[in-house]
Every structure is written in structure tokens, then in C-alpha cells.
Design a protein around this ligand. Structure first.
Ligand code: PGA
Length: 235
């Protein structure tokens, strides 16, 4: 099974910098991998030859929502994926808003890449499983997945995002088993599981696993050497 690699470029790149990275990415041998790029909206056209993912999507189709881009409009542009509930968006979005966004994405046939993860405090209080279960249940509340709808779940411990160190492979695998159990209980079975949070070329070998489907990169996704090395390791 091909691994999935989602590259979340966040707000890291200006247009000119994105053009440079895209040129460098021509060396990638990406046929052995599902490579999905999440550029800033202004840089979407630069990565038009790649599978594109929005970094977020608003739930109303149209209206007086300054600064928002709707799932509906993204679908008209042929966008197939969108992040939703990313840790950096959960600062503004409640579980209820995330649920509305997941519904809007599915309605528009865009695969949600739902990010879930606990804070450091949750972890210290041993509440990781409880938090993940709640996030999953709230995100998929009142949603019945049709056979042709799939979802991607990205488990990202929130306190590990934007650093150098990540979890141990055993810990990630245990949590993935737990997430599968929760999804199973919810009747969701058409999904892929990703791991993210400070995944880099220096630690990818140590967390490589056949028990989940791929990785969500942040900082590493704007460094061609990191991307090349990570793909080499996981393909
Ligand atoms: P990071 O970001 O790899 O820089 O930790 C991951 C993410 O925010 O999805």
C-alpha cells in the first residue's frame, strides 16, 4: 500500500519562495507515494500539477463571511482534500464549527483530513484517549458516511507541533490502535490514518510503521532535502 505524505506549507512561503520549492520538487520520484500539497491559497496555482489540499474550508457555500473560502468554492476548483481542525485552527474553531466544516467538505465531495490531538496538559493528566475520542465523536456528529466518502485522520500531539522531537513509534502505534477502535465503534471504516507533529528526516526512520498510512509534515514540507529523504525512507 502506497504511503500518503501531506505537506502543510502553512503560511511559510511567499509566492517567489513557493515557485523555487516547486522547481526543486521536480526531482521527486513521487510515483511510489500519495503526495498531497497544502499551499497557501495565493500559491495554489504554483502546485497545480500536484494533488492539492486546502488548509481549511468554511462551511457556508456563499455569503458575507469576510476572509473565508468555502468548501463549495474549493470543490468547484477541483480541490479534493482539506485540512480541518488543525491544531493552529482549533485556537479559533470549536468542535461544533469543526463538525459543520466536516459536513460541508463531505457534501462537496472533498476528503476531510481531520486533525486531532491532545495538549501537553491532557497528556500529563493521562487524558489523551478521552480527548481523541471526544474530538472524533464531535467532528463526525450526525454524519453518515456514504460508501463513496472517505476521510483521513491525522493524529498530531498538539504540543509536538513545530519542534524537533516526536513521539516514540510504540506510543504512536498504540494510539493508532485506539483511534481505529473508536472509528470502528462509530461505524467509520473508509479511512486512512496519518501521524504528524515534528516529523523530520532525522526521526522518520525511527517512527516508520506499517500500522498507519502516512505522515503530515509542517516545517519539513518546505525543505526539499527533508522531503526527498522522508520519501526515500517511507516509500
Ligand atoms: P510540524 O507541523 O511538522 O512543523 O510539527 C505539523 C503540522 O502542523 O501539521
Amino acid at each position: 500500500m502506497k504511503k500518503t505524505l501531506v505537506c502543510n506549507q502553512k503560511m511559510y512561503l511567499t509566492y517567489d519562495e513557493a515557485v523555487l520549492i516547486e522547481k526543486e520538487m521536480k526531482v521527486l520520484d513521487d510515483k511510489d507515494i500519495n503526495l498531497i500539497i497544502c499551499p497557501s491559497y495565493l500559491n495554489f496555482n504554483i502546485f497545480k500539477d500536484y494533488e492539492l489540499c486546502s488548509q481549511d474550508a468554511f462551511y457556508e457555500d456563499k455569503g458575507a463571511y469576510t476572509g473565508c473560502i468555502s468548501a463549495f468554492d474549493l470543490s468547484l476548483r477541483g480541490i479534493k482534500y482539506s485540512l480541518v481542525g488543525h491544531s493552529e485552527r482549533r485556537l479559533y474553531d470549536t468542535d461544533e464549527v469543526i463538525n459543520l466544516k466536516v459536513k460541508a467538505l463531505l457534501k462537496n465531495m472533498i476528503t476531510p483530513i481531520l486533525c486531532i490531538g491532545e495538549t501537553k496538559n491532557d497528556r500529563e493528566l493521562r487524558k489523551t484517549s478521552q480527548v481523541l475520542k471526544k474530538q472524533l465523536e464531535k467532528a463526525f456528529k450526525d454524519i453518515k458516511l456514504e460508501d463513496d466518502m472517505k476521510v483521513i485522520i491525522a493524529y498530531e500531539p498538539r504540543y509536538l507541533i513545530g519542534g524537533k522531537n516526536t513521539l516514540l513509534k510504540e506510543e504512536i502505534e498504540d494510539i493508532m490502535v485506539y483511534i481505529k477502535k473508536v472509528l470502528d465503534n462509530m461505524g467509520i471504516n473508509n479511512y486512512k490514518l496519518l501521524y504528524g507533529g515534528s516529523v523530520h528526516d532525522k526521526n522518520i526512520e525511527s517512527i516508520k510503521s506499517d500500522n498507519f498510512d502516512g505522515y503530515l509534515l509542517g516545517a519539513a514540507s518546505i525543505d526539499i532535502n527533508e522531503i526527498v529523504n522522508i520519501i526515500k525512507c517511507i516509500k
